[in-house]
Design a protein around this ligand. Structure first.
Ligand code: ADP
Ligand code: ZN
Ligand code: MG
Length: 481
């Protein structure tokens, strides 16, 4: 989507991802969320004079892992920098971040939008510490500061201005989240703030080479809001330019209640922060062998897995895409196949009944009370003709609720499929006898009424009749043979 016929949008995202380390980036304090204010703090993360930071090896390892998964080159020499600014949630008066020598550079991820694939460039991925949190609620004339979050490790993933629409920005965010979750470095929870996005957007005349003045948007804590804020902002900029105004470089906040962006402050420049190399931490030179070890720990990534699901299992694009959207879901599916399930049948049950029940209960696949072996057993009962496909839905839900085996449920509830023609014959006779009108129309050529009769027999047998057998019986009896 372009902004309209005469202007096009240019979008670049800066994404902050909180790393899943147990302890903070420069001290041993816990990163746990939701604990009493200031209970997870020490002299280092509260910025006491004389305290010294020590880099958390795992935070660096996770950043390198992310860089490798996103096709970046990993710097052989990298260092931290001080970003100086004053704010009450920043006790040291500076944030330890990276500036001219980030851990990762020059990567890309691929997104699928409108049937095509596009490559979105990554400028850099750097490592930094989070700030604390100012709390204004409830307090009268003062605010409170909680430093539990101060020093929690963050990666900042900066994209090139390569996106052209809110839809592409949304697809890019989702792709980042999927990869981060696959490689286990971030939980990707936007509501809790472990994945945050600042969106930079400008517009320019279609065909122009020079970039327009950009505006940075903040405060969007869901994918939907990122897309909505960008849509609004693109329209606002185009309208402003058309009415002769100049776009000023500024930071604007998304107001989700009002559905608008509002000016927060004019944009600060890098020199405002007086960046300089962090003197309390040595530069680091990750060894090639360590980088290769990290590379070897990266699992098959979502794009590759999706393609393999389509080619190896013959799944439609839609199924392959959905099943590989989360690693545990893809694992669940593959375990079914390993245990003998027909891939498309397993996919249908997972995408249909299983997802429906999990969604209803608000639980993820990891918490599913039904295990792959259960679905495989159910599928084999259907294949063997022991139960009908219709009854299988009932059995499936019962397995999910009670964790009992399919065979036991079928036995306890008397759900065996009736395939015996002599047993079904009487039911078929009865159904034909009670619907003489339809039977007559069928004989006069209205053959699609067969479905009606099948339905009636199913109803009479509570869904237990073997559809193949009743089809044969009905055809024979209706045509009077
Ligand atoms: P800043 O110096 O303001 O931090 P950067 O050049 O570092 O700006 O870019 C920050 C983000 O903004 C990047 O994701 C980049 O792709 C994006 N960006 C830069 N210029 C533009 C522009 N003119 N329009 C849209 N996005 C842009
Ligand atoms: Zn600490
Ligand atoms: Mg910048």
């Amino acid at each position: 989507m372009s902004a309209n016929d005469t202007y096009e949008a240019v979008i670049g995202l800066e994404v902050h991802a909180q790393l899943l380390t147990d302890s903070k980036i420069f001290c041993g304090c816990s990163t746990k969320f939701g604990l009493p204010p200031n209970s997870q703090t020490c002299p280092v993360c509260t910025g006491m004079p004389g305290s010294l930071p020590v880099l958390n090896r795992k935070a660096l390892q996770f950043t390198i892992k992310t860089g490798l998964a996103m096709n970046c080159s990993i710097a052989g020499f990298s260092r931290f920098a001080r970003k100086n600014y004053f704010y009450p949630d920043l006790p040291k008066g500076y944030q330890i971040s990276q500036y001219e020598l980030p851990v990762c550079e020059h990567g890309y991820v691929e997104i699928s939008v409108g049937g095509g694939t596009r490559r979105i460039g990554l400028t850099r991925i750097h490592l930094e510490e989070d700030a604390g949190k100012n709390i204004h609620e409830g307090a009268g004339t003062y605010s409170l500061v909680d430093l539990n979050r101060a020093g929690v490790p963050l990666m900042e993933i900066v994209s090139e201005p390569d996106m052209k629409s809110p839809e592409e920005a949304g697809a890019y965010m989702r792709k980042l989240r999927t990869i981060l979750r696959y490689i286990g470095v971030c939980d990707g929870n936007m509501e809790q703030g472990s994945l945050r996005c600042d969106a930079n957007v400008s517009v320019r005349p279609v065909g122009a080479v020079a970039l327009g003045t950009k505006v940075e948007l903040k405060n969007m804590n869901s994918f939907k809001f990122v897309e909505k804020a960008l849509e609004y902002e693109i329209k606002r900029q185009v309208n402003a330019i058309k009415s002769g105004e100049k776009i000023i470089q500024e930071t604007r906040l998304w107001d989700s209640a009002a559905g608008v962006t509002q000016s927060m402050r004019t944009k600060e420049e890098a020199h405002d922060y007086r960046y300089f190399p962090e003197p309390d931490l040595v530069p680091f030179m990750p060894a090639e062998t360590w980088i290769e070890e990290i590379r070897a720990s990266i699992p098959e990534l979502p794009d590759a897995r999706r393609e393999r699901f389509a080619s190896a299992y013959g799944l439609p694009e839609y199924d392959a895409d959905l099943l590989t959207s989360e690693r545990p879901l893809a694992d669940w599916f593959e375990e079914c196949v390993r245990k003998g399930a027909q891939p498309k049948a397993a996919s249908n049950w997972i995408m249909g009944e299983l997802m429906r029940l999990l969604n209803e209960d608000g639980i993820s696949i990891e918490g599913s009370p039904l295990v792959p072996a259960g679905l495989v057993e159910l599928l084999s009962l259907i294949d063997a003709g022991t139960i009908s496909g219709k009854i299988a839905k009932t059995v499936f839900e019962e397995m999910y609720r009670s964790k009992k085996s399919a065979a036991l449920i079928v036995k306890e509830k008397g759900l065996l499929q009736i395939s015996d023609a002599s047993e079904l014959s009487a039911v078929v006779d009865q159904v034909i006898a009670s619907n003489p009108n339809e039977a007559g129309r069928f004989r006069d050529g209205e053959v699609k009424l067969l479905g009606f009769f099948v339905g009636q027999v199913m109803k009479a047998t509570k869904g237990k009749a073997n559809p193949g057998v009743i089809n044969d019986l009905l055809k024979k009896k209706l045509s009077g043979k």
